[in-house]
Design a protein around this ligand. Structure first.
Ligand code: SF4
Length: 70
């Protein structure tokens, strides 16, 4: 169930990005990624909290860290 919910959250994040989003600058993405890479909630390539791939999530202007770390 939790896996399905994370998949739904990721799909919703993708839809928001495709409709309203833009790419952030490389500097902003790198700052966000460096926070994710030291976060205890990172599961391999995904955020365990929201289910998003962090390399994508950190690129999208419509996204924010679910734990308010960035
Ligand atoms: S998005 Fe936030 S909670 Fe998720 S891995 Fe990155 S810093 Fe951690």
């Amino acid at each position: 169930m939790a896996i399905k919910m994370r998949a739904v959250r990721f799909i919703w994040a993708l839809i928001k990005y495709l409709i309203w989003g833009d790419r952030v600058s490389t500097e902003v993405q790198q700052t966000r990624l460096s926070i994710c890479y030291t976060c205890k909630d990172l599961c391999d390539t995904k955020c365990c909290v929201c289910g998003c791939y962090v390399k994508k999530k950190t690129q999208w202007s419509t996204e924010a860290c679910p734990k308010n770390k960035w």
